[in-house]
Design a protein around this ligand. Structure first.
Ligand code: BG6
Length: 476
């Protein structure tokens, strides 16, 4: 493989030390990036040695398979240049680039546009003959539809859509990629994957963590922007899209956009039936007391930012007519329960003995706490009576011997290879903002519904459900 270069802008920041460097270190150990040069770029006037020691420490803290010798060897090869986001300063990295160069914006989101423009103005968007130039952008891509559109314009002053790789790390998760394989590689699923057989879909991403050290970012973002507009919307579109006519990144993204475009608009009139927001107040987890959101360090005492958001989405097409899709995510909930849960309609016709057509048919693709698939069925209870009971067929995604890769490892490899399927195209971002924008606007006023930290979220989430449905439990 010809030499490649990865330039990380924001190389002294949190994302670089927590996620990018541990992923790059692992890839190097697996011998998957032997020809990759890594150059850190940031404002701090550090020497190369200081940067290397900073990353060495980060690997010790954040790398799961840390080993002092290989970490030292990895760190020795890192380069560092200090500078601002101006074309003049950036010009100093020109001598470090390879024919294939990937720029990674690990920067605070307000700097994405400036950085993309400055890189372009320095001439770095122009690929040399037989080479390539790509730009990786972290989330969030804008804070609403208008700002996303503005950011797109700024980026495209120099970069083509095909060069821009917008990360949503959920697309690198094993469970997300499995969703595609599972849906389309199993003859048994596709015939029942529609409104005739499916009663509802619940996509939940529940976290026990609070806002942590991210008060400044989180209080401006809130759960709807932080999780639903991007990560959960991706799981939603993958669960609902049509089968692909070709395994091709563009076709895949066309199909995801098709789903988003078919979502019935939420507006001020139907808002209460389609969106619920919550904020955690003080509560408990076992014996420990948990502070309320408004008492967290750095959070304004009267903040109305939502730490929980739930949406009810309906898709106006033949496959999904009348099937509610529920998306919800929150901080400081009762468990790390994250899953895509599909409930099938009740069995029809008479059943033997005491067998009830309960609500026991669920297919659950679990992301957390374990990565596994569960199919909940009704089977006979052993004994003399013809009685039914719920049984679960369960399979982990990975066996003990399988090499698992983290989302960042997976996506970095794709970005270097130019594989765009697992990155967001601008129209996906745009249509996701179109769905949530009216909700964001309505939530500028009023206050969220409070829920105790360590619980199941606000009681008001029940109002989104169709009669006879219930939320799955979040508690572990
Ligand atoms: C991030 C959000 O994008 O995703 C966080 O900003 C959230 O608030 C995180 O905790 C969840 O992803 P993961 O992969 O860490 O469970």
């Amino acid at each position: 493989m010809a030499a490649q270069t990865l330039v990380i802008l924001g190389a002294t920041g949190d994302l670089t030390q927590r996620l990018l460097m541990p992923a790059l270190y692992r890839l190097r150990r697996e011998n998957l990036t032997a020809d990759l040069r890594i150059l850190g770029y940031a404002m701090e006037p550090w020497s190369r040695a200081r940067f290397q020691s900073h990353i060495g420490k980060a690997l010790r803290n954040f790398s799961e398979d840390y080993d002092a010798r290989s970490a030292a060897a990895f760190v020795r090869q890192l380069d560092y240049i200090s500078g601002q986001l101006t074309p003049e300063d950036l010009a100093r990295i020109a001598g470090h680039l390879s024919p294939g160069t990937l720029f990674y914006l690990a920067l605070p989101p307000p700097l994405f546009g400036t950085a993309a423009q400055a890189l372009g103005a320095a001439g770095f968007a122009q690929a040399p003959r037989n080479g390539w130039r790509r730009l990786v952008v972290e989330k969030p891509f804008g804070t609403d539809l208008a700002s996303a559109e503005q950011l797109r314009k700024q980026m495209h002053a120099h970069w083509d859509e095909a060069q821009v790789l917008r990360i949503d790390h959920f697309l690198g998760k094993e469970a997300t990629q499995n969703l595609m394989v599972m849906r389309f590689a199993n003859r048994l699923l596709e015939p029942v994957w529609n409104a005739q057989h499916i009663a509802q879909v619940q996509i939940t991403y529940a976290e026990t963590l609070g806002v942590e050290h991210r008060a400044a970012y989180y209080d401006k973002a809130g759960a709807l922007r932080d999780m639903l507009q991007n990560h959960l919307m991706q799981l939603f579109s993958l669960a609902a899209m049509e089968p692909l006519s070709a395994w091709d990144g563009e076709v895949l993204r066309d199909h995801k956009v098709e789903v988003l475009r078919a979502v019935k608009p939420i507006d001020a009139r139907n808002l209460a039936a389609h969106a619920v927001r919550g904020q955690y107040r003080a509560g408990r987890s076992g014996r420990s007391k948990l502070a309320g959101y408004r008492s967290e360090p750095g959070i304004p005492r009267a903040s109305n930012t939502e730490t929980f958001a739930a949406l009810r989405l309906e898709i106006d097409n033949w496959r999904w007519q009348g099937v509610p899709f529920y998306l919800r995510s929150g901080k400081r909930l009762a468990g790390e329960t994250s899953e895509i849960a599909v409930q099938f309609r009740r069995a029809a016709g008479p059943l033997p003995g005491l067998v009830q057509a309960g609500d026991s048919n669920w297919l659950v693709l679990r992301i957390k706490p374990e990565q596994r698939m569960d199919l909940e069925l009704t089977a006979k209870r052993p004994g003399l009576k013809l009685e039914g009971r719920s049984v679960t067929l369960s399979a982990p995604y990975a066996d003990a011997g399988d090499a698992g890769f983290s989302a960042y490892e997976q996506l970095l490899i794709d970005a270097l290879a130019g594989e765009r399927a697992h990155f967001l195209r601008f129209d996906e971002v745009e249509w996701a903002w179109r769905i949530v924008d009216p909700v964001l606007r309505a939530w500028q006023h009023g206050s969220p519904d409070f829920y105790p930290a360590g619980g199941e979220g606000p009681a008001t989430q029940a109002r989104l459900l169709d009669a006879g449905l219930r939320w799955r439990s979040i508690a572990a």
